[in-house]
Structure formats: structure tokens, C-alpha cells
Design a protein around this ligand. Sequence first.
Ligand code: SF4
Length: 55
Amino acid sequence: MAHVISNDCVGCGSCISECPVDAITEGTPYVIDAATCTDCGSCALVCPVSAISAG
Ligand code: SF4
């Protein structure tokens, strides 16, 4: 499983530096590489608009 970023993403970039495996790519919305994500949940904790959820 992997976490997923919804269209609620406002592109703030807060999540990128939190990912220990560099699975997040900039965009609108930002995208998590499902093959790389370890489901740690670190990104979801810092998202200001709660756009990241467990997939
Ligand atoms: Fe990276 Fe963890 Fe978020 Fe997956 S859940 S994208 S490993 S920070």
C-alpha cells in the first residue's frame, strides 16, 4: 500500500522534505510514487489541508 495525495493539495511542498524515501514529486497535485512509498505516514502529518491519506 501507499499513501495518496488528493486534489485538495494546494502545492505548498510541506510534505516533500518529510518523506524518508523521496517518494513525493512536485505537481498539481503533488504525487506519491506508490512503488517507493513505505506507508510511514510522515507526509500526512504535516499536510496543512489534510490532502494525504492512506491508500
Ligand atoms: Fe513518503 Fe511516508 Fe508519505 Fe510514503 S507515507 S510518501 S514513505 S512520507
